[in-house]
Design a protein around this ligand. Structure first.
Ligand SMILES: *[C@@H]1O[C@H](CO)[C@@H](O)[C@H](O)[C@H]1NC(C)=O
Ligand SMILES: *[C@@H]1O[C@H](CO)[C@@H](O)[C@H](O)[C@H]1NC(C)=O
Length: 228
């Protein structure tokens, strides 16, 4: 217990000191902050860092969680996506993402090029997939088992803009015109729009094939949700 308390204390001290120095990591830096500031084990922190939501969970290893990343230009998030769930369309304004599928099948990854070409692929365990900076993209698990994957970013704070939640912040008349519906129709769309970090039961064929309970909308999330 004492040993764990000391480890926790050192982890917290190391992490907080590391944030004060975002230059090159030198012998002096290590002397100051300790070698353990440069590993991130969420199990040693107060919580294990897992954010569980409807449809999946994620563990972020970004500047906000791990100050030693300051100035290094890299970060990661580890995801679990439940059967038939998806990570809805979003954009990282500051980073390209590189996904590695640790475990999964019938796993859809896609983005749209800046001039409107769709780039959709079905991947399975051991495949990597690229999401270029600033382009709208998604992931969807069409298998009946959890998918686990990691995405690395070439920025310590990639930022995440959820696409549909962001569009909903524009004036209703402008959005109704954009979608070619009247404001009543737009209100109906808004009331039905899922708002979670993930969307559970995102594909009816998958839900039927995997014999899952049908969709329900998730918890609320703001347009500028936390990165990942
Ligand atoms: C982390 O905590 C969550 C929620 O308390 C739990 O469901 C999960 O199993 C834990 N993960 C690990 C790796 O301990
Ligand atoms: C809005 O559009 C719907 C579907 O086209 C139509 O049924 C409805 O009458 C329209 N409502 C108004 C107020 O124009």
């Amino acid at each position: 217990m004492m040993k764990l308390a000391i480890v926790l204390f050192l982890a917290v001290i190391g992490v907080s000191l590391a944030s004060s120095d975002d230059g090159p990591i030198t012998a002096k830096t290590i002397q100051k902050v300790g070698a353990n500031a440069y590993v991130y084990n969420p199990l040693l922190l107060g919580t294990n860092g897992t954010q569980k939501s409807e449809g999946g969970s994620r563990q972020q290893r970004m500047l906000g969680q791990w100050p030693a990343l300051a100035g290094q230009g890299v970060s990661q998030t580890v995801f679990t996506l439940e059967p038939c769930a998806m990570r809805p369309a979003h954009v990282h304004p500051r980073a390209t993402g590189l996904l590695y599928l640790i475990s999964g099948a019938k796993f859809m990854v896609g983005y749209v090029t800046e001039d409107g070409a769709p780039v959709n692929n079905e991947i399975s365990t051991g495949t990597s997939a690229l999401f270029p900076i600033g382009l709208v993209h998604y992931q969807q698990n069409l298998d009946c088992f959890d998918a686990t994957y990691i995405i690395s970013y070439n920025h310590e704070d990639p930022g995440t803009q959820m696409t549909y939640a962001s569009l909903q912040q524009l004036p209703a008349s402008a959005m109704a015109a954009t979608l070619g519906v009247n404001t009543t129709g737009y209100e109906t769309l808004l009331s039905a729009s899922p708002k979670g970090v993930f969307i559970k039961s995102s594909d009816p064929d998958c839900v039927a094939r995997c014999q899952l309970a049908p969709a329900k909308s998730g918890a609320t999330v703001s347009a500028a949700s936390v990165s990942g």
